[in-house]
Design a protein around this ligand. Structure first.
Ligand code: UTP
Length: 294
């Protein structure tokens, strides 16, 4: 079965990035010259997305504006013959993809944000991408890799990566049905549980959930009955933990490099490394880095 609908939750407050995110949504912060949201929409499009569902908040109008037509700007670029820039503007929304919005009036948590999209998603499996995590792979985007895996059995699959033990309390951490497989080359493994931000001494593994999910629609029914969890929020992790008790759910160790752009260091690292891959600025940036290395 194809995955055509992708939920991208963008209704959070982005408090870790204040004051930048007071008036500008975190998801609109640029990495090199593209806002975070555009990277993840491109990743979903490469995986076969036809509909992107932005779970947003009325204060976050720049996000909607980014994907809407701006005739004045297009006319001005056309008149001045700035064709390359015009093409960049045209390609903001990939061909064959539509953007729908649904509002989450209060940031009650990621689980609640996903539930807000229930009616639009309907009764089919869907993708979820967190826009503050960028994943770079020069061959195949993370979501596309996961769709390929999903197509084999049609069961829920969650992107994971190994983190240092001292960092496990920052993430959702998964446990595997066959823990002997931890660290093996087998990228897709059945999960037996998931916990939100465990203490290092009680963490079931070092495999953290990174913000890429393909889920069966059963999770929406579970979310309806999921109570407020860690941090006073309705956690997607808790609903997935319940789902694991009912159906097979897999963890997938993706190929590629992740950047947690929800925190300062991850965001700066993304700008440097994406900058080094950008033909226009890579040489200058490399010179600057060399200068500071000496
Ligand atoms: P985060 O927890 O990383 O984002 O949620 P945040 O809450 O905006 O940031 P901080 O922690 O205050 O700095 C991951 C994604 O889920 C969305 C956020 O917008 C972000 O893109 N989100 C989170 C929602 O849409 N609704 C929520 O209730 C919570």
């Amino acid at each position: 079965m194809k995955i055509t609908k992708y939920i991208i939750p963008v209704a959070g407050m982005g408090t870790r990035f204040l004051p930048a995110t007071k008036a500008i949504p975190k998801e609109m912060l640029p990495v090199v010259d593209k806002p975070l949201i555009q990277y993840v929409v491109d990743e979903a499009a490469a995986a076969g997305a036809e509909e992107i569902i932005l779970v947003t908040h009325p204060d976050k109008h720049p996000l909607k504006a980014h994907f809407s037509k701006n005739e004045k700007l297009e006319e001005a670029l056309e008149k001045s013959g700035k064709d390359a820039l015009l093409q960049k503007v045209y390609s903001i929304l990939p061909a064959g993809v539509t953007v729908t919005t649904v509002e989450q009036m209060e940031p009650l948590g990621l689980g609640h944000a996903v539930l807000c999209a229930r009616e639009i998603v309907g009764d089919e499996p869907f993708g979820v991408i967190l826009p503050d995590v960028l994943i770079y792979d020069d061959k195949q985007g993370c979501m596309e890799q996961m769709v390929q895996e999903f197509e084999q059995q049609g069961e829920s699959i969650i992107g994971v990566e190994e983190v240092p033990l001292e960092d496990v309390d920052k993430y959702g951490i998964v446990s595997l049905a066959n823990s002997e497989n931890v660290g093996s080359k087998n990228r897709k493994q059945r999960m037996s549980g998931v916990v939100e931000k465990p203490a290092p001494e009680s963490a079931p593994s070092r495999l953290s959930v990174v913000g890429r999910y393909i889920l069966t629609p059963r999770v929406m029914e579970i979310l309806e009955n999921t109570k407020i969890g860690a941090g006073g929020e309705i956690q997607l992790t808790d609903a997935i933990a319940t789902l694991i008790g009912e159906e097979p759910v897999f963890a997938y160790t993706f190929k590629g490099e992740s950047y947690d752009c929800g925190c300062k260091y991850g965001y700066l690292r993304a700008n440097i490394e994406y900058g080094l891959r950008d033909l226009e600025v890579s040489e200058q940036l490399q010179r600057l880095i060399n200068l500071h290395a000496n």
